[in-house]
Design a protein around this ligand. Structure first.
Ligand SMILES: [Zn+2]
Ligand SMILES: [Zn+2]
Length: 266
């Protein structure tokens, strides 16, 4: 056999005789398994349910619940027989003293779906000594300080921008908190000042919005507690710019940090 014939034979041998993939589309009539309406043709061979039934939310929810129930049952049937874990209580009454030594059965954690999550490694004390405080204390003793510091620093370097933004926001919030507390407090020398000052300061502090001089004067007149200067009333006296009452009011304003209205707001 010459070379040409050998090549021809090889080609025939390796030539595919049939289609590589069989057709996966069918024209045969068939009804939907759920609603019994005829399925469209041509359609994929594997299609058994019409599109309307597949996208029906009620049916999907039913399918989901059925699936979940099956999974749950599978979990329960696969669950290993529970072997009790016996432990010795490690509680010490005082530092370097003897351990409690009571043997106890550690409680297993069983999930809602029946999966056994085993026994928690922190459960080291008998029911009498298994308190939140004891567990926290044990964690505190076992903590790896250096490693924790290293991890924290690495996190900071990885997320420097975000961490700095967070720190700035926290500092700003703290400043605002302190400012609010200070604004709510009376000055420390409150009782060293004359009663006249304290009455006016109380009036100024009673409102968050800044008050103009004439508003202060009006409220002082309405209150009828302080006698106005001479024979005028507070409103008139505070409206003139040269009267000593204006100077008094500005001093009190400075004392309790309640400036008047800025000219722009008028
Ligand atoms: Zn259907
Ligand atoms: Zn104990």
């Amino acid at each position: 056999m010459n070379r040409k014939n050998i090549a021809k034979k090889n080609r025939e041998r390796y030539q595919l005789k049939r289609l590589l993939h069989a057709p996966r589309v069918t024209n045969e009539p068939r009804d939907c398994d759920v609603c019994r309406k005829p399925l469209p043709t041509p359609r994929a061979n594997s299609k058994r349910t019409c599109d309307a039934c597949l996208s029906d939310p009620v049916r999907r929810e039913q399918q989901r619940q059925k699936y979940n129930k099956r999974e749950r049952d599978r979990y329960v049937s696969k669950r290993q027989p529970i072997v009790p874990v016996m432990r010795v209580c490690q509680h010490r009454e005082e530092k370097d003293g003897p351990i409690c030594g009571v043997k106890f059965e550690a409680k297993r954690r069983i999930d809602k779906d029946g999966a056994d999550r085993g026994v928690h490694p922190h459960q080291l004390y008998c029911p009498k000594h298994q308190t939140h405080k004891a567990v926290a204390h044990r964690r505190w003793i076992n903590r790896n300080v250096e490693n924790r510091r290293k991890l924290a620093l690495a996190y900071r370097h990885r997320n420097l921008v975000a961490v700095r933004a967070r720190q700035r926001a926290a500092a700003k919030a703290k400043r605002a908190r302190v400012a609010a507390i200070l604004a709510g407090q009376r000055p420390s020398d409150w009782y060293q000042k004359p009663l006249r000052w304290r009455v006016i300061a109380d009036l100024l502090r009673s409102q968050d919005a800044p008050m103009s001089n004439s508003e202060v004067g009006k409220q002082l007149d309405d209150g009828e507690i302080l006698k106005p200067y001479g024979d005028g009333n507070w409103e008139a006296v505070l409206s003139s710019s040269i009267h000593p009452a204006v100077k008094l009011l500005s001093k009190v304003r400075k004392w309790v940090n309640r400036p008047g209205k800025t000219p722009v707001e008028k």
